[in-house]
Design a protein around this ligand. Structure first.
Ligand code: PEP
Length: 255
């Protein structure tokens, strides 16, 4: 089965309101001009989500994702943002388990599994991130690390729910470092992840599961990464803040 490609931009904690508005405008102009055929998702910080979903509804050039979601449904959880709230403003996906959240906010696999459940409950597509740190790769235990992240974060799901999850392989040593995984390294891990899904859920689901690559993916290296048979697009950090670069990546995912 031929999977469509997806390119998602993770803006992280960048830009003020005016800058966000300008980036959205630039993206709209370029996307409208280039018309890439891949699915395009932008993930701005919480305060700009409604601006983005309003634009998404009006122009239908991209979908909007959040960068985080609460593990809880509602109530006395000061500072949290629920999946229901995201859904109510038209957010259609959410990054879950980004390595920065695992590292700086101590999010463990059990918490992430709850976040996945909350998202799915409100029909928000989780973009579930996995990946090893440099030390784990150097020790040769990266497959074990990724297996554990996938099993504990996702394998409690029924097939019908997993089908609605996007997985992102993001080697932590490649995030924001300018050091990209080689296409062969990315392909090896993506094929491994697809194999895990096949083992547990069967070939049909494994074949249609989207697995994105993230980690210093940019306009120069995207084509080679996306040409790998198990790489279904990218989760883009730094390069998603520059409209030309991001749209160029989208075009490369559309070939
Ligand atoms: C990310 O934060 O998800 C990411 C891939 O960042 P960068 O592209 O900047 O490495």
């Amino acid at each position: 089965m031929k999977r469509n490609k997806i390119v998602a931009g993770n803006w992280k904690m960048n830009l003020d309101f005016d800058e966000a508005q300008m980036l959205i405008e630039d993206l709209e102009n370029l996307l409208d001009d280039k018309q890439p055929s891949c699915e395009v998702i932008i993930c701005p910080p919480f305060p700009y989500l409604e601006l983005a979903t309003d634009e998404a509804t009006e122009h239908e050039l991209f979908e909007v994702g959040a960068q985080n979601v609460s593990a809880f449904d509602s109530g006395a959880y000061t500072g949290e943002v629920s999946a229901k709230m995201l859904d109510s403003i038209g957010v259609s996906c959410c990054i879950i388990g980004h390595s920065e959240r695992r590292k700086y906010f101590n999010e463990d696999n059990a918490t992430l599994a709850q976040k996945v459940n909350q998202s799915l409950k409100y029909e928000i597509v989780p973009i579930f991130c996995v990946g090893e740190v440099l030390e784990e790769r150097e020790k040769g235990i990266h497959f074990d690390v990724i297996r554990k992240q996938i099993e504990e974060g996702l394998f409690h799901l029924e097939a019908a729910d997993l089908e609605n999850v996007i997985i992102a392989y993001e080697p932590v040593w490649a995030i924001g470092t300018g050091k990209t995984a080689t296409p062969a390294q990315a392909q090896e891990v993506h094929a491994f992840i697809r194999g895990l899904i096949k083992e547990k859920y069967g070939e049909d689901l494994a074949d249609q599961q989207h697995i994105l690559y993230g980690g210093s993916c940019n306009a120069k290296n995207a084509a080679e990464l996306f040409a790998q048979p198990d790489v279904d697009g990218g989760l883009i950090g730094g390069a998603s803040l520059k409209a030309e670069d991001f749209v160029s990546i989208c075009e490369q995912a559309s070939k």
